[in-house]
Design a protein. Sequence first.
Length: 139
Amino acid sequence: MTPTVAGAEPASPDSPPLVPATALVAARAADSKSGADTVVFCLDEQAGIAGAFVITSGQSVRQVRSIVDEVERKVKGSGGGAPLQVEGLDDGRWVLLDYGDVLVHVFLDEARAFYDLEHLWSDAPRVAWSEVGVAAARH
């Protein structure tokens, strides 16, 4: 089942989980800066902490910072505003952007492999974010 974009249509008990639009914007922004293996997890009610996680990585601290800058720029440009909190920017190994309903994790490749968040959240549905983005654009 492919999750739908939050706000695109009303949810029913049988409908797929809703994906906050901020998650899709962040994933596309990371991809535009060559973020590696960008994934979006729809956490919905599973975690109780956010609607979605976006996880991506860069090969250098400079690329991580470039991805973070682009995510912030694109999310703000889409009307999503600035993150509520940013952690890890000074170090650049794991930067967390907290948008309330969306958490964006931008890792240095080695840190991503070490913390392995994808394994931790393996029960959460993965969103085919490029396909969802196309579908959302048609509404």
